[in-house]
Design a protein around this ligand. Structure first.
Ligand SMILES: Cc1ncc(COP(=O)(O)O)c(C=O)c1O
Length: 391
């Protein structure tokens, strides 16, 4: 028997990058030395203090039982201390923090929490694809706003119609930004709070790359803006800051009514995370942070190597300001998919075509800073040898 998928499942967007993964694997199977810069999987191990905390906590029989539904208080208190230490933001651990199974989960859940069928939500183009997944499951309508280079890849609220703003209940933002690697300013977030207040919009700021800012500039949290908690939440993942992508832990912080809704849906879906994982997550947030500084340094060194090597083969590129991605323009005469295919087939270098992140991503490719500087340099040299930059 073959059972029919629900309408909700049928509405889910296609996974644009699935075919890229397939082609990459095929080349590897053929024995080629493939440099894979196409995905967003951190390549470094989790810091030792966190792994040790997990090992020890796993032996504690208290954690072998169900965890409290909405997470252990010690983890929520750790989140509050982390926000105060890193961003000077006061957070009530019991009413303003929700523990998440990674933020991918939370980003999809929040649309189920706040949107009814037919409602509208604002989302960035290009943007992280999972925002759309939640909107599709809720049977809501997306209203995409473009992130343009001339606006430093920030939305231009004046260019969004009042009608679209008034109709929208929810807006997704993400800075430092995947895929454009742009960063946001405090002024931009202040303006966002005003727009959200005026049009009754709940802002969901995805702060996945909240620790990864270059040139000595620490990324700004949305919650640093006055009134932000009134109009929204921020989601923070441990995947990137602490190289814990496989552990599946993150949290949402901010507006108590949205936090309550996230907790409510999770009461019905899960019984919070394994207690030992919660203890390890608290160690990540409150323990020695030197590994985070080293990680940012590592990405910055890689960024510098990539940009220098790209420029030396004649690719006119702009240096990323944050995240572990570079967002480079494709040379004239190629679509982003054609260019990515050329790099894959002729240079055995995998990059993500910008179109996969939305229509406005056309004309760019995303390159992950997810290999050693020497490999990044080699990738650029291989691309340079294709002779596409008129040099
Ligand atoms: C912008 C952005 N948001 C959210 C996530 C999800 O992170 P996680 O589910 O590991 O917390 C990612 C992961 O790649 C991301 O790039």
């Amino acid at each position: 028997m073959r059972f029919e998928q629900s309408e909700a499942l049928k509405r889910l967007p296609e996974q644009f990058f699935a075919s890229l993964v397939g082609k990459t694997q095929a080349l590897k199977r053929e024995g080629h030395d493939v440099i894979n810069l196409g995905q967003g999987n951190p390549d470094q191990p989790t810091p030792d203090n966190i792994v040790k905390a997990m090992q020890q906590a796993a032996e504690n029989p208290d954690y072998h039982k169900y965890s409290p539904f909405r997470g252990h208080s010690f983890l929520k208190e750790a989140v509050a201390k982390f926000y105060k230490r890193e961003h000077g933001v006061d957070v009530d651990p019991e009413t303003e923090v929700a523990v998440l199974f990674g933020t991918k989960t939370g980003l999809v859940e929040v649309s189920q929490c706040l949107l009814n069928a037919g409602d509208s939500a604002l989302l960035p183009d290009p943007g992280y694809p999972d925002y759309m997944s939640g909107i599709a499951l809720a049977d809501a309508k997306p209203h995409f706003f473009p992130l343009l280079e001339k606006n430093h890849f920030l939305p231009d609220y004046d260019a969004i119609s009042d009608e679209a703003l008034d109709l929208s209940k929810l807006m997704f933002l993400n800075y430092p930004n995947n895929p454009t690697s742009a960063v946001a300013t405090r002024e931009f977030f202040d303006e966002t709070v005003n727009v959200a207040k005026k049009h009754d919009i709940c802002v969901v700021h995805d702060f996945a790359y909240g620790a990864i800012g270059f040139d000595g500039k620490k990324p700004t949290s949305f919650l640093e803006s006055e009134g932000a908690k009134d109009v929204g939440i921020e989601m923070y993942t441990l995947s990137k800051t602490y190289n814990m992508a496989g552990w599946r832990v993150g949290f949402a912080v901010g507006n108590p009514s949205v936090i309550e809704s996230l907790n409510l849906i999770q009461d019905h879906l899960y019984v919070s995370l394994f207690g030992a994982l919660q203890e390890a997550a608290a160690e990540a947030l409150l323990g020695d942070q030197s590994a985070v500084d080293e990680l940012v340094e590592t990405y910055e060194t890689r960024r510098n190597a990539l940009v220098k090597a790209a420029q030396s083969v004649g690719w006119d590129v702009t240096a990323p300001k944050g995240t572990f991605f570079a967002w480079f323009k494709v040379p004239d005469g190629f679509t982003s998919e054609e260019f990515a295919d050329l790099l894959l087939n002729e240079a055995h270098v995998v990059v993500a075509p910008g179109k996969g992140f939305g229509e406005t991503g056309e004309g760019y490719v995303r390159i992950g800073l997810l290999d050693e500087p020497e490999r990044l340099k080699e990738a650029m040299e291989r691309i340079g040898r294709l002779g596409v930059f008129g040099k």
